[in-house]
Design a protein around this ligand. Structure first.
Ligand SMILES: [Zn+2]
Ligand SMILES: [Zn+2]
Length: 390
């Protein structure tokens, strides 16, 4: 090695040092987006009422499907109140001649409407909902047996509001952490979610508009609730699932696995959350996944995808075990950031993120964006030392 190259080496070392310093000083960086090619992102609404719920108005199944397609939805769960048809959703919502689509994936389900609160059922195929309706007043252990034998996904609805889910959370795979366009009323639902996560349960956070009222056609009579359609309708909020393929089963699998994030509407950016668990730059963990902690620091990446408002600043808050770990400001067409943290070697740790900023307009539901205030999107957790069979 000659003198010249020694100087060069010294110079490069200085540069490296300087770079390391720079990266630390200007967190967040804007790393390239992670593209996960093992599946596709599908969006939909997991809580919508059609005319088969007696208190809904101007909301036929065909209207729900056509609207959903017009705003680019991939899947939809029409969840009518089962008590309005004495549990027989199979011969009401599901046999409605309009309950079919060539492109929109229609989940089979209903809102399990009991005196102890409400839950949504999701299934990729028809199931015996009557059995679940008939056992609604039984003890939780007996309900669990029926639910498990049916092989359906059960989800706790509006957990802190009226008709909150009054059953054991061991019965559910998901919880409605974002009900309707009115974001502020979900604060207690988020608290319950964090409580359940802290108890060791891996429960998927999902959204649901709980929309009951459509915009009347020229031949329909408006109702006293027609005004609601401008404030809250299909897609407020929108639940994104990372599905292996475009199929009903893949949607339910993603919900079971927590590969899910929620956005204020179909046009708001989607948040994706990954971790480079092996430290190889591949970010093989995504939200919903769990791994055994080695106690060493792990690199995480958060990214916003979709129709962003490039001039707006978004605040990404990282929540670790229910408390704020950090917050970052990001801007641009495709903002992304990385942060590092060490999950505990022993004991459980989870991380999730929220995105706040100016909401993307949703012209089809023009008054919804204001109701969501600054809430743009939220992720599901990445887990460490959680036992999926807990
Ligand atoms: Zn309800
Ligand atoms: Zn409902």
């Amino acid at each position: 090695m000659n003198i010249h190259s020694k100087y060069l080496q010294f110079f490069f070392s200085l540069c490296l040092l300087w770079n390391a310093f720079e990266v630390k000083a200007q967190v967040p960086t804007n790393p390239p987006a992670i593209v996960n090619s093992s599946g596709i992102w599908l969006k939909g609404d997991l809580h919508v009422h059609s005319r088969h719920s007696t208190e809904s108005s101007n909301n036929s199944v065909a209207k729900i499907i056509n609207f959903s397609k017009s705003v680019g939805m991939d899947y939809m769960a029409i969840t009518d109140h089962d008590n309005h048809v004495k549990g027989d959703v199979a011969h009401h919502t599901w046999t409605d001649p309009e309950f079919k689509s060539d492109s929109l994936l229609l989940l089979y389900g209903a809102e399990w409407t009991t005196t102890r609160g409400h839950g949504n059922v999701f299934s990729d195929k028809p199931y015996n909902h009557q059995q679940l309706y008939d056992i609604r007043d039984a003890r939780d252990v007996n309900i669990a047996k029926v639910k498990n034998s049916l092989g359906v996904h059960l989800s706790a609805n509006h957990p802190s509001g009226k008709d909150n889910f009054g059953f054991s959370y061991d019965l559910v795979q998901s919880i409605e952490v974002w009900n309707s366009a009115v974001w502020p009323k979900n604060a207690n639902a988020i608290m319950i979610w964090d409580d359940m996560l802290s108890s060791g349960r891996m429960i998927t956070g999902r959204g649901g508009s709980d929309a009951h009222h459509g915009v009347p056609t020229s031949t329909e009579k408006p109702s006293s609730n027609t005004y609601q359609a401008e404030y809250n309708y299909i897609g407020t909020p929108t639940t994104w699932v990372f599905a292996k393929e475009r199929s009903l089963k893949a949607v339910v699998d993603a919900l079971n696995n927590g590969n899910v994030s929620v956005s204020s509407n179909p046009f708001a950016p989607r948040v994706e959350f990954y971790a480079d668990f092996k430290g190889n730059g591949k970010f093989e963990m995504m939200m919903g996944n769990t791994a055994i902690s080695t106690g060493k620091p792990i690199q995480f990446q958060v990214q916003l995808i979709g129709k962003l408002l490039p001039k707006e600043q978004y605040t990404i808050t990282v929540i670790k075990n229910g408390s704020k770990l950090n917050a970052f400001q990001v801007t641009g067409e495709m903002p992304a950031l990385q942060f590092t943290d060490a999950p505990a070697l022993q004991g459980r740790t989870y991380y999730r993120v929220t995105v706040e900023g100016k909401n993307t307009e949703y012209p089809e539901v023009p008054k919804s964006a204001a109701l969501s205030e600054k809430m743009v999107a939220l992720s599901n957790p990445i887990y460490f030392n959680f036992d999926p069979n807990f």
